[in-house]
Design a protein around this ligand. Structure first.
Ligand code: HEM
Length: 523
């Protein structure tokens, strides 16, 4: 046989093997008698996402639209079967009632492979439970109240920054401006650090730089995310990492510096670093293990080491700024398109500031129901996580008899559910009124979950809401917003990230409102 014939035969063998390997599970849903979307070799039902052409929320929404009346359907996430849930009762079952079986997000066997993936967001089982129990006290209402003076100070800096940035051009790219604000807020409240991101040139500060590394949405990063989430075994065998090592190094240095400044002892700031310092006093964290219903929990321990602590810092930093900045900028963008809603929000803000002598406090944020409704509506349309994933940690049988095996991926398509007309009529329209009064009670349970649901619901929800609403007050008290010339009324989302992020800047024209001088913050 000639060399070229040999090469050709090897090539055919390789293609045949890849075809076999990539389609070997494609009869899974048929065997289970579950309706499913027809997959294509290697890409399953997610070709446009895997090839970075479409945002994951859009891809999943299109799949859901093929099965409008089904409580769930089967899909193929690349080569791997994944069950997509649509029915609120079943979602409740997975998120809360049978949480034990679905306590993991996904790829639980691989989370120890990187420092960053050892954080609470990625953890599962006993480790997740113990870490969550130990971190939860940091986010109580009382802690938020005690921390609010730090967020308030950041809002003073935001007030100054907007004045400077808007004065010359009147045009502001609101997403990057809000990232600077939430970075400042999280660095100050969580780490006790002045990040200076709201000062002139703050967009180039080390924290802003780290923020863009953690959430970089380059093509390479996008491909890494996708391959890790679909084929983690191969991903780590190839020696790849999702998060650059410089992230661990940066936070290690930051924390060491803060620890030194505090003499390695908790202070009375009561912030995240204090909690980390108190955890560091012990070699082990103790808490209840994770057990199925009706089984008594045993106490379990988790070893405290620097990697564990750094990983929690990274998630608080990353989740703390990106999510709120996305929500804030989406809300302001939608208000810019909806002048009537903006006027109503501003009236509420003006009344509040008049009542409280231009000084914000934690409790007064609860006196802004319309603003809160605007935030909720922004999160309905732009949920930070368009798909929430869970993984069965043991074989499980659904109430209708469907049995899935340990390791099965279960996806809750938040974006599709939030934009389903059966759940929210005229779903593309921004209508804050959906979240007010009686209408709010009409929202079906488990059809609106911008913060997730069940025991894994966002741990930072109170903090996120606090800084988002405070930021909205600061922007709306002084400015009227409208879309800048050329800014589109709909924005496409990035295809290179698992988050909901606009793929273009959100440019708004901001003009000072009449009477703004009467609403300057009292400092
Ligand atoms: C508007 C702001 C925010 C939104 C929309 C948001 C959204 C979410 C969502 C959807 C989840 C997944 C929940 C689930 O799987 O059921 C989550 C988890 C999480 N969030 Fe947030 N988040 C926000 C702010 C924050 C803040 C400020 C922090 C920390 C300072 C934070 C830290 C976390 C952590 C650590 C988890 C993992 C919790 C666990 O798995 O136990 N988030 N968030």
């Amino acid at each position: 046989m000639s060399v070229s014939a040999l090469v050709f035969a090897a090539f055919v063998l390789l293609v045949t093997y890849i075809y076999y390997w990539s389609t070997r599970k494609f009869d899974y849903w048929k065997r289970k008698n579950v309706p499913y979307a027809k997959p294509v070799p290697f890409f399953g039902n997610y070709m446009r996402y895997i090839t970075l052409q479409s945002y994951i929320g859009d891809v999943t929404q299109k799949l859901c639209q093929q099965f409008p009346d089904r409580p769930y359907f089967g899909s193929f996430y690349g080569t791997e079967p994944a069950l997509v849930l649509q029915n609120p009762e079943i979602i409740k079952q997975v998120f809360t009632k049978d949480f034990y079986y679905f306590n993991s997000r996904d790829n639980s066997d691989y989370n120890h492979k990187e420092v960053v993936t050892q954080n609470l967001f990625f953890a599962n089982g006993d480790k997740w439970k113990v870490v969550r129990q130990n971190l939860t006290p940091l986010f109580s209402s009382l802690k938020m109240k005690n921390m609010f003076y730090l967020v308030e100070k950041c809002n003073h800096s935001l007030e100054d920054m907007l004045d400077k940035e808007i004065k010359d051009l009147q045009i502001i790219e609101i997403r990057s401006a809000m990232i600077r604000y939430t970075l400042d807020s999280i660095c100050s409240s969580a780490f006790g650090i002045e990040s200076n991101t709201l000062r002139e040139g703050g967009e180039n500060s080390p924290f802003a730089n780290m923020g863009s590394i953690v959430f970089s949405s380059s093509i390479t990063r996008g491909l890494k995310w996708i391959s890790r989430s679909m084929w983690p075994g191969i991903f780590y065998k190839l020696g790849l990492q999702c998060f650059p090592a410089e992230i661990d190094g940066f936070f290690e240095r930051v924390l060491t510096q803060v620890f030194e400044n505090r003499g390695y002892k908790p202070t009375n700031r009561n912030d995240f670093v204090d909690l980390i310092l108190s955890l560091k006093q012990n070699d082990y964290l103790t808490g209840d293990g994770l057990v199925p219903k009706n089984v008594d929990a045993k106490k379990v321990t988790v070893k405290v080491d620097d990697a564990l602590l750094i990983a929690q810092c990274v998630v608080f930093f990353g989740a703390g700024f990106e999510t709120s900045a996305s929500t804030l900028s989406a809300a302001l963008y939608e208000l810019a398109k909806n002048p009537e809603a903006q006027r109503r929000a501003q009236e509420e803000v003006d009344e509040l500031l008049l009542k409280h002598n231009n000084k914000l406090n934690y409790d007064c944020l609860a006196e802004l129901p319309y603003l809160e409704a605007c935030m909720n509506e922004a999160m309905r349309l732009y949920p930070v996580l368009p798909n929430i994933t869970r993984e069965a940690v043991a074989d499980y049988t659904f109430p209708d008899g469907l049995r899935i095996e340990k390791g099965m991926r279960v996806h809750v398509p938040v974006y599709a559910i939030h934009r389903n007309p059966d759940n929210f009529p005229d779903p593309e329209e921004f209508r804050p009124e959906r979240h007010l009064g009686d209408a709010k009670n009409d929202i079906k349970q488990f059809t609106f979950f911008p913060f997730g649901e069940g025991p894994r619901i966002c741990i930072g929800m109170r903090f996120g809401k606090m800084q988002t609403i405070a930021g909205m007050v600061t922007c709306l008290k002084k400015y009227n917003f409208e879309l800048a010339d050329g800014m589109s009324k709909t924005v496409p989302f990035r295809s290179t990230t698992v988050l909901t992020q606009p793929s273009t800047g959100l440019f708004l024209k901001a003009t000072p409102r009449d009477g703004w001088k009467q609403r300057i913050f009292a400092r």
